[in-house]
Design a protein around this ligand. Structure first.
Ligand SMILES: Cc1cc2nc3c(=O)[nH]c(=O)nc-3n(C[C@H](O)[C@H](O)[C@H](O)COP(=O)(O)OP(=O)(O)OC[C@H]3O[C@@H](n4cnc5c(N)ncnc54)[C@H](O)[C@@H]3O)c2cc1C
Length: 417
């Protein structure tokens, strides 16, 4: 098959490069200079509502061009509206894209395109594909992920938001939480319990919910790092047409699992570095005149080694994805290393800055490090907590005994206990 041929891939890469050159400037090497420009050390972008809308508009303009050029859903099968190319093409696109100054993506863009757009393409009806999947993949509409609840995060299948059938509609009541960028979304991709009398995974159904429907209330949560990246979302007898159900009734767990799986095989877009790096720490140590201190040097070397280990793991996952493998437990190792490094980098910056970290003397870069330290714990939770990654590694990499499962009874009986 031509598209598995390395020569075909190289020719395709050249086409991608040529197309990218028509929509963006080549990315120039960023030279970090203490005291110059935006220190960009924060993990969660801090913007006003209007700034964030303008930011998203720039990304969406680019994503529409990308979709129209045929690069919107590279690895999605053609029958689902994608380009139907092997994953290696999606990885190659991300590589090429990193060389250009395209608008850096944000969480809601990747949730809308990589997760929800792909899920609706695969599990939706023809009508849903026409009406929604294309609009999500092209970012004409944004869709947040309404999975987590106050009592259902790591244990997602324990969710209690319920949907009750009423003629051609469903009536949804309950609460979601940590819904990233729900305040900018036209739709929400929601999991609800539709049958409590079966084991918890078996009674869940997926829906698209218009965020402006009567009974939906979005309340932004102010994070300790400053911005309101995520929200609580309340549903008070929200009426949703059965035409907005994605997949079969009570088959939502399969939809949810696949949706979370798309996250790993996504093609990526618009690189945005998250938080301060080991290089930023070295600059900080130099600026403070402590680069020769043996204890500081040891701490910096430790962070640097861990950063290189993470980079090696990312490269390994990318190679596996490119050759069509699922990332598997290596994805958990990468996530754990990334969140652990962010915390270690923040700890090291705190040691270097001392009291200035909390006193904030107003000097350039100081508060940016404070934002980093306050944002790092969130990253340890998002996308599966450190402990859950460790469980996966211990069970699936080290082959240790699995956690005891005590929740195999019908959900209604669990909820009562
Ligand atoms: C920045 C950010 C963005 C997010 N965006 C979204 C979003 O857009 N949509 C959405 O639906 N959700 C989102 N989430 C929610 C995220 O998926 C959950 O926070 C995550 O799944 C953890 O769930 P929880 O917060 O309920 O913690 P819990 O699951 O209650 O965990 C609490 C603590 O117990 C530990 N723990 C739980 N179970 C085990 C176990 N079996 N073994 C060992 N330790 C365990 C956890 O590691 C953690 O330390 C976001 C979270 C963050 C921080």
């Amino acid at each position: 098959m031509a598209d598995h041929d390395p020569a075909h891939l190289e020719a395709w890469r050249a086409e991608v490069r040529a197309w990218l050159a028509t929509v963006a400037e080549p990315r120039t090497e960023e030279v970090f200079e203490w005291g110059v420009g935006d220190p960009r050390l924060q993990i969660f972008l801090a913007m006003s509502h209007d700034e964030e809308v303008a930011y998203l508009d720039r990304v969406r303009e680019y994503r529409r061009k990308r979709f129209d050029a045929g690069y919107g859903a590279i690895a999605l099968p053609e029958e689902y509206g994608g380009a139907g190319l092997p994953s290696v093409y999606a990885v190659a696109f991300a590589d090429e894209e990193r060389e250009f100054a395209v608008p850096p993506s944000s969480e809601i863009i990747s949730v809308t395109t990589n997760l929800v757009g792909a899920a609706v393409s695969v599990f939706g009806t023809d009508e849903q594909r026409d009406r929604f999947a294309r609009a999500f993949l092209r970012t004409d509409m944004l869709c947040c992920q309404l999975f987590s609840e106050p009592g259902a995060g790591s244990d997602l299948a324990g969710l209690t938001t319920k949907a009750v059938r009423d003629g051609d509609d469903w009536v949804i009541s309950g609460q979601k939480i940590w819904s990233s960028n729900a305040q900018f979304s036209e739709y929400g991709f929601l999991l609800a319990r539709t049958n409590p009398d079966v084991v918890k995974q078996a009674g869940i159904t997926a829906f698209l919910v218009p965020m402006d429907a009567s009974g939906v209330e979005v309340r932004p949560i102010r994070q300790m790092s400053g911005p309101s990246t995520f929200n609580e979302v309340f549903f008070d007898e929200v009426r949703v047409s059965d035409a907005l159900r994605i997949g079969d009734v009570d088959a939502g767990w399969k939809v949810a699992q696949a949706t979370l799986g798309f996250e790993r095989s996504s093609s990526g877009s618009g690189h945005r570095r998250k938080g301060g790096t080991a290089d930023d720490l070295v600059e900080l140590a130099r600026h403070l005149g402590v680069g020769g201190d043996p204890v500081v040097r040891q701490e910096l070397a430790d962070v640097y080694i861990r950063t290189r280990l993470h980079a090696a793991m990312v490269a390994k996952v990318a190679r596996a994805t490119a050759s069509g493998d699922k990332p598997g437990p290596a994805g958990s190792l990468g996530k754990l290393l990334a969140s652990d490094n962010l915390v270690r980098i923040g700890d090291c910056a705190s040691h270097l800055l001392g009291m200035a970290m909390v006193a904030d003397t107003g000097e350039w870069g100081e508060f940016a490090w404070t934002e980093h330290v306050l944002g790092a714990p969130g990253y340890r939770l998002a996308g599966g907590t450190d402990e859950i990654q460790r469980n996966i590694i211990s069970e699936r990499v080290l082959g240790l005994p699995a956690e005891q499962r005590v929740d195999k009874a019908p959900f209604s009986q669990l909820a009562k206990s």
